[in-house]
Design a protein around this ligand. Structure first.
Ligand SMILES: NC(=O)c1ccc[n+]([C@@H]2O[C@H](COP(=O)([O-])OP(=O)(O)OC[C@H]3O[C@@H](n4cnc5c(N)ncnc54)[C@H](O)[C@@H]3O)[C@@H](O)[C@H]2O)c1
Ligand SMILES: CC(C)=CCC/C(C)=C/C=C/C(C)=C/C=C/C(C)=C/C=C/C=C(C)/C=C/C=C(C)/C=C/C=C(\C)CCC=C(C)C
Length: 590
């Protein structure tokens, strides 16, 4: 991890020629202290290398497979989201031969990027947890390191700035003490409650951080961890079936403060605290202060590109424009995949980074839905998708000291979970001004929206509705945060749930699984194995759920389980049967 903040001298040396070229921006960090963090040159090198290696791999794969029929891989990964790429790279470094098949032109899925008119936009993800140089939970840093990559990052001093009803404004500062002191200053009567609730989060985070993270479905590892860290494992087992809202209520009474905890959870789970697993809440509420949120220079898309390049360096392959239409079964075992253009590829194991709904509903269409998947669909429904507005704006519309990430809920807490109720805003150019042309900023605005709202429209009606809904959201931000916003727009592109469905191949454009009712924490979340022999799932419809770091963990777990099953790691058939049976039974309790 190249965290320039820690080493200003070397960073300054490296990019001194660029220093003078720094753009005028509202960068709250200020050029004097942080200006030398920008290194667009380096970033360009990454992009060029990625494009060329992509083309080479595509060509080589075509040649070697002679149409795709002959070669048998250790694993085929369907999709190159961060979940799929982490599973693939982790297997590749264990010397497995992996083929990643991606429907789109570039890797990354929701963590990808796109370029327009001199702007580099993040498709979705922009708040990077697990991307520091500390501890055991920096899974994105570790995944990159495993394939010999590191990225230059820019520390974000404020994870998110909340603008909430009754003019409650809270900045989540990078320093934990600064954050809790600000919260206590708003709710002095709840000092003990605040310290109590966040204290439990730290207890859980520290337990997580003490473990070596691998597959919880692999008994030799799991029992080994229980043996080495019994207290920490018991702590995690205790909190596994619990939700953040219940724990918060043990410490906090003030309804407005409990609503704030709901908002804290909502931004990462799209549900309130009572429905958010305590382990997931603890992970994000602490990592932002422990390792801190760090933004990759050049944009989030660089993470997936670096992983894809690293995969190829390890002798594995990635093929773009490869739309998998079905998983081929032989005697009930997954043995290969068929693409939309008719090509077929075969492997010892198939890992699907498509959602479980897409995997079982589309790629295995016609097969009876296994009982385990029926149970999953009983406990979890598809979360709504997003309406997203990617904009370029004149830099002067942002007041000095504007933060990078904002969450806006204006008048009524009841609107928190309503479609279009709350607004997420990311301004990555606050941290990396080179993502936009001179004198411009990027605003990525998103709000929850369901596909049903966007169906049955003629193309003209669809375009008109996009304009109308986007204008309403922009006006709200204009009123709350940035006067003059509408008239400062220089570029605008609006995406709907239909866009997410089309480009990310996610059923209904869903953000991922959302509990149908009150879940038992993480107990009901399936891991990576499936009822189909040889078929594994990875990504946000697997334990522990949505989030780039969450899917990275899912990728690590998946690679470990697959490696054990294909003989690259130790395994015990007897213990496997016992643990997988036990986990299956535990899920039925959720
Ligand atoms: N931190 C943030 O700001 C933020 C914002 C948005 C999303 N995210 C996170 O990103 C995570 C998603 O990661 P993920 O790994 O689960 O998946 P993903 O949806 O990002 O990627 C899946 C990939 O699989 C490809 N794919 C799907 N079906 C295919 C098929 N049939 N053939 C070939 N390719 C196919 C898609 O094109 C896509 O590239 C979510 O959990 C979400 O939380 C984070
Ligand atoms: C098995 C059994 C039964 C038992 C055992 C016990 C144990 C040992 C256990 C263990 C466990 C573990 C290890 C676990 C782990 C977990 C984890 C790692 C988790 C993680 C999680 C994470 C997450 C969830 C994350 C998320 C994030 C997100 C989603 C983000 C998002 C963001 C956004 C949307 C942005 C915002 C923006 C603005 C505001 C603008």
């Amino acid at each position: 991890m190249n965290l320039c903040l820690r080493n200003p001298v070397t960073c300054a040396d490296r990019s001194s020629s660029l220093f003078s070229a720094l753009k005028t921006s509202n960068n709250k960090l200020g050029t004097s202290k942080f200006g030398f963090l920008k290194n667009p040159k380096k970033n360009h090198v990454v992009a060029v290398r990625s494009v060329s290696s992509t083309a080479v791999v595509e060509e080589r794969t075509k040649r070697e497979s002679g149409g795709g029929e002959s070669k048998v891989y250790d694993a085929i990964v369907i999709g190159s989201g961060i979940g799929g790429l982490v599973a693939a790279t982790q297997l590749a470094v264990k010397e497995a031969k992996v083929l990643v098949l991606e429907k789109y032109l570039i890797p990354g899925g929701s963590s990808g990027y796109y370029e327009r008119d001199g702007y580099t936009f993040d498709v979705g993800s922009s708040v990077m947890f697990g991307f520091s140089d500390k501890g055991n939970l920096n899974l994105i840093t570790q995944a990159l390191k495993a394939v010999g990559r590191e990225m230059e990052v820019i520390p974000d001093p404020t994870t998110v700035h909340f603008h909430l009803p009754s003019d409650l404004s809270v900045q989540v500062h990078r320093e934990y003490d600064e954050f809790v002191n600000e919260l206590i200053s708003k709710f002095p009567h709840e000092k003990e409650g605040i310290l109590g609730f966040y204290g439990v989060c730290w207890k859980i985070f520290n337990s997580l951080n003490s473990l070596e993270l691998k597959s919880l479905e692999e008994p030799i590892y799991l029992f080994g961890q229980f043996f080495q860290k019994p207290l920490e494992c018991l702590t995690l087992a205790y909190y596994l079936p619990q939700n953040a809202g219940d724990i918060a209520r043990k410490y906090i009474k003030d309804p407005q403060l409990l609503s704030f905890i709901d908002a804290e959870c909502f931004i990462v789970s799209t549900v309130n605290a009572l429905q958010t697993p305590m382990i997931n809440a603890s992970m994000v509420l602490c990592d932002r202060h422990y390792g801190g949120i760090n933004y990759p220079v050049g944009g989030v898309g660089g993470i997936a590109k670096s992983l894809a390049d690293g995969l190829v360096d390890q002798g594995s392959e990635i093929l773009y424009k490869a739309n998998v239409k079905s998983i081929i079964l032989d005697d009930g075992k997954a043995v290969g995949v068929r693409l939309a253009d008719g090509r077929e590829f075969f492997a010892k194991t198939i890992i699907s980074n498509a959602t479980r709904w897409d995997t079982f509903g589309k790629l295995l269409k016609g097969e009876k839905l296994p009982k385990e998947e029926e149970n999953f669909q009983k406990v979890y429904v598809k979360a709504p998708s997003f309406l997203s507005i990617h904009m370029g704006v004149k830099a002067e519309v942002l007041p000095p000291d504007t933060d990078c990430h904002h969450f806006v809920l204006e008048d009524d807490w009841k609107n928190l979970e309503e479609p279009y109720g709350s607004i997420f805003l990311s301004i990555p150019t606050i941290l990396d001004p080179y993502l936009a042309p001179d004198g411009r900023h990027i605003l990525h605005i998103f709000t929850t929206s369901s596909i049903e709202d966007w169906e049955g429209l003629t193309p003209k009606e669809y375009e008109a509705k996009k304009e109308e809904v986007a204008a309403g959201i922009i006006q709200r931000l204009e009123k709350k945060l940035f006067p003059g916003l509408s008239s400062s727009i220089t570029f605008k592109e609006v995406g709907t749930p239909r866009t997410h469905r089309r480009y990310l191949a996610r059923d209904k454009g869903t953000y991922g699984p959302m509990p149908r009712g009150t879940p038992k924490g993480l107990l009901g979340m399936p891991f990576n194995t499936t009822a189909i022999d040889g078929l594994y799932c990875v990504g946000d419809s697997c334990f522990p759920g949505q989030g780039v770091i969450a899917v990275a963990f899912s990728g690590v777990m998946c690679a470990h389980r697959v490696a054990a099953d294909i003989g690259l790691e130790r395994k015990s058939k007897v213990l496997d049967a016992g643990l997988l049976g036990l986990l299956g039974w535990l899920r039925t309790l959720a």
